[in-house]
Design a protein around this ligand. Structure first.
Ligand code: GLN
Length: 537
């Protein structure tokens, strides 16, 4: 029988529930268990694909094309749980399903209500991940206990023990114990109130994970246990990590969380803990031998989560080179006011990530031009590739005012445009070119070398494409179109032979990088940047 762990959060949002859930996945997998991860989000959007990165951070894309919450990125980086569109449900998606059934007459004349119809649909979504080859499903509830819109989800998980047995369910609640400077004290009251709120709904947590910036201390832990009706050993401290999020799993093991979960869920099939490679990774992260300076030029720079997977993938590549990647986050519009030479001074590599809309495009073009002309390693991703094509067209091929029709419908040189499949699509939800697509790499290209193979599959999320009418001109003008779709129609990657490292791709490699297995493109990019750094020194 598959066991279920529910991770809820209290006191404040942004506590790192996704990271903690992912870390629970890690430590259970290290015990030899088969884990599935899932996130339930209370907002009404059917998926986060229609939300601006400023609202909700990065949209994380899966192989099957699902546009999901960025916490699924943590799940993929920390575990081997296969993820599909059933790994992320929102209120909107649940309600849409129920309403569709109602319109189809499936409820046979009944009054359709939150309880039981919405909650049944939520439970079906949770149980959908269980199966004979799954030991544990970890379901994270978005939002904070007490939020109005989260109530149906809390009610659904409250009912789960009634359906499958209390011994098969484990409730983990994550809270914050803040430090009050004036009082020089950690405060446990918000945690007590948060657990009270859970209990009002009918959920008694089995384990409390407490986020703190200072040592919790036995006294506080005992107090929390007493007031929250918990065993003392079930109050687990998760202190802020000094170096990296990848320290979290080892920290939880240190507090005995894995043992406790196995015991409480009677997971007798589990093996001994095997955290060695994870501990080794943390050791490497803490003891880098080199530094490298990478500029990320984007338009969502001030939102730390907007390029989450990009920053993680850069770090992963750094880990494998024993290098600390120092990221300079640059607002693209700054390059429209200031010289690229001053804004980009001292960088060893430039990365231009994906994005939508006109704002900041000219700044990104300036940045790419600077990297191209000054032999600085450049890595373009999705919009980053489109910008590199526009830049090359304008400044190297003499195509004045070349542009993407996304930004200028009247451009004389639409080097990036909509192709047949995307023309005429008016709806916004899930209507882009999405998910894993195969790509063939040209023999002898930088990309083929970096990947070490000639066929790859990568995830996409875009509407616009390299305009095939300009292929000839770019190729004879020195740009290599080194990645194309198997039917030869779509340009998936470009590079500049002769430049130390200039590559850009229409897909999103950052979604497939893992801390122990950096993505080859990020690995190659950081290697080139490191070379530049060392030669400059
Ligand atoms: N806006 C561009 C397009 O739709 C790029 C998208 C992206 O960078 N993800 O094609």
């Amino acid at each position: 029988m598959t066991k279920h762990i529910f991770v809820t959060g209290g006191v404040v949002s942004s506590l790192g529930k996704g990271l903690t859930s992912a870390s629970i996945g890690t430590i259970l997998e290290r015990r030899g268990l088969k884990v599935r991860m899932q996130k339930l989000d209370p907002y009404i959007n059917v998926d986060p694909g229609t939300m601006s990165p400023f609202q909700h951070g990065e949209v994380y894309v899966l192989d099957d094309g699902a546009e999901t919450d960025l916490d699924l990125g943590h799940y993929e980086r920390f575990t081997n749980s296969p993820l599909t569109r059933d790994s992320n449900f929102t209120s909107g998606r649940i309600y849409l399903k129920v309403i569709q059934k109602e319109r189809d007459g499936k409820y046979l004349g009944k009054t359709v209500q939150v309880v039981p119809h919405i909650t049944d649909e939520i439970k079906a979504a949770i149980r959908g991940l269980a199966g004979p080859d799954v030991d544990v499903v970890i379901t994270e509830l978005g939002g904070t206990v007490g939020d109005i819109e989260g109530l149906p989800f809390f009610e659904a998980i409250r009912q789960m023990p009634l359906d499958i047995g209390r011994e098969n369910c484990l409730f983990v609640h994550l809270t914050l114990v803040p430090y009050l400077k004036a009082a020089k004290e950690l405060k446990t009251k918000p945690t007590q109130h948060s657990v009270q709120q859970l209990r009002q709904i009918g959920i008694q947590p089995d384990i409390l994970i407490v986020r703190t910036e200072r040592d919790l201390g036995q006294e506080n832990a005992d107090k929390i246990a007493l007031f929250c009706n918990l065993e003392k050993r079930a109050v687990i401290e998760e202190k802020d990590k000094e170096f990296s999020i990848y320290e979290v799993p080892s920290g939880l093991v240190e507090y005995g969380l894995d043992k406790l979960i196995l015991e409480k869920l009677h997971l007798l099939q589990a093996g001994p803990s095997g955290m060695e490679d994870w501990d080794d990774l943390v050791h490497r992260i803490k003891n880098p031998k080199h530094d490298v300076n990478i500029a990320v030029v984007g338009k969502y720079i001030e939102h730390r989560d907007a390029y989450k997977s990009i920053y993680e993938a850069l770090d992963h590549a750094g880990f494998s080179h024993s290098t600390r990647v120092i990221v300079k986050r640059i607002e693209a519009e700054q390059l429209e006011r200031q010289e690229a030479a001053s804004v980009l001074a001292g960088i060893d590599g430039l990365l231009v990530p994906g994005g939508f809309g006109h704002r900041g495009i000219e700044g990104k073009i300036q940045a790419v031009r600077y990297a191209r002309e000054h032999q600085i390693p450049f890595f373009g991703i999705c919009l980053g590739m489109q910008v590199a094509v526009i830049e090359y067209g304008r400044h190297q091929l003499g195509l004045d005012d070349a542009n993407s029709t996304e930004f200028d419908t009247a451009t004389p040189h639409p080097v990036i445009c909509l192709l047949e499949e995307q023309r005429g699509i008016e709806t916004k939800g899930a209507s882009m070119r999405l998910g894993a697509q195969p790509c063939n790499l040209a023999e002898g290209s930088l990309l083929a070398k970096v990947y070490g193979k000639s066929e790859v599959s990568e995830r996409h999320r875009h509407r616009y494409e390299f305009n095939p009418d300009y292929r000839e001109q770019f190729q004879s003008g020195g740009m290599s179109l080194s990645g194309v779709s198997p039917n030869g129609k779509l340009v998936e990657a470009i590079e500049l032979p002769g430049h130390p490292w200039f590559a850009a791709v229409q897909f999103h490699p950052e979604f497939k990088s893992k801390p122990h297995h950096p993505h080859p493109l990020f690995h190659g990019f950081i290697e080139a940047a490191l070379k530049r750094h060392q030669s400059r020194k």
